[in-house]
Design a protein around this ligand. Structure first.
Ligand code: SF4
Length: 223
C-alpha cells in the first residue's frame, strides 16, 4: 500500500497495530483496484473520526458484489463497510493520485496493512474474516441502531436471491411490485431523516447503504 506524503484528514492519536511493514513500491495498484473492506480491528478508526463516516459506504447483507479474490459475483452474507470509491475510476477515496500516496496512511485499515504485492497469501487468508458491520459500531440501544433495524425490516434484500447482476433476467411481477414499494418507502424515509436530523446523503450511504433503486440500477435490473 502507498506510503503517505500529504496529510489531508485530521488524524487522532490511535495506538494502531501495524501488521505489515513490507516495502511498498508505490505503484498504486491496490488503491486503484478498489477500497478495502473494514474489519473489527478498524472500528476505532471510525469511532475516533480518523476515517470520517461520510467517506464510507455500506454494502448490505443480500447485495451482489464482485469478489476480487474469488473472481466472481457473490451475494453478501453480512454487511461490508468500505471507504467510498471514486465514481469515475474506482480508486479508493483516500488515494492521492498526484503523488501516489494514501491520505490516511498512518491510520490505513488492516486490509491495506496486510496487502503485499510479493505475497498475496496473508491477505487471502484474512479478507473475508471478522468483517466490520454497522451493528458493531452502533450500540443496540441507540437511535441509529433502531433506524438501521427499521430500514432493514422495510427494505430487506432477500428478493435479490434469484436475480443475477448484469443478466438481463425477467423479474417477476411480484418482485417488481416489492421493489417499487421499497423505492417509494426509501424516498420518504431518507427525505424525512434528512429533514429531521440534518443527515446528508453521504452519511446515509454508511448508515443505510445504497438505496434500493441504486442497487438495482447498478445490477442493470429493469423494473
Ligand atoms: S486506505 Fe490508503 S492504502 Fe488503503 S486503499 Fe485507500 S489509499 Fe490505498
Amino acid at each position: 500500500m502507498i506510503q503517505h506524503n500529504k496529510k489531508i484528514y485530521h488524524m487522532k492519536n490511535l495506538n494502531r497495530r501495524i501488521i505489515n511493514s513490507s516495502p511498498c513500491r508505490r505503484c498504486g495498484t491496490c488503491c486503484k483496484k478498489n477500497s478495502p473492506s473494514l474489519h473489527g480491528i478498524d472500528s476505532e478508526l471510525i469511532q475516533s473520526g480518523a476515517i470520517p463516516r461520510n467517506q464510507l459506504i455500506t454494502y448490505r447483507k443480500g447485495e451482489w458484489i464482485n469478489d476480487n479474490v474469488a473472481g466472481q459475483f457473490i451475494r453478501l452474507e453480512q454487511d461490508i463497510i468500505k471507504p467510498i470509491e471514486n465514481k469515475k475510476d474506482g480508486y479508493c477515496t483516500f488515494y492521492i493520485v498526484e503523488d501516489r500516496s494514501c491520505g490516511i496512511y498512518a491510520h490505513r485499515p488492516v486490509e491495506c496493512q496486510t496487502q503485499n504485492c510479493y505475497d498475496p497469501e496473508p491477505f487471502i487468508q484474512m479478507y473475508a474474516k471478522n468483517r466490520l458491520t454497522r451493528r458493531d459500531i452502533f450500540p443496540s440501544n441507540s437511535a441509529y441502531y433502531e433506524m438501521i433495524e427499521y430500514h432493514e425490516s422495510r427494505c430487506p434484500l432477500s428478493e435479490l436471491e434469484n436475480i443475477r447482476p448484469f443478466s438481463n433476467m425477467i423479474v417477476s411481477e411480484q418482485a417488481i411490485s416489492t421493489f417499487k414499494e421499497m423505492i417509494r418507502f426509501e424516498f420518504h424515509f431518507r427525505y424525512t431523516l434528512h429533514k429531521r436530523t440534518g443527515l446528508q446523503s453521504s452519511e446515509m450511504n454508511f448508515l443505510l447503504g445504497r438505496s434500493v433503486e441504486t442497487i438495482l440500477n447498478h445490477m442493470q435490473v429493469k423494473l
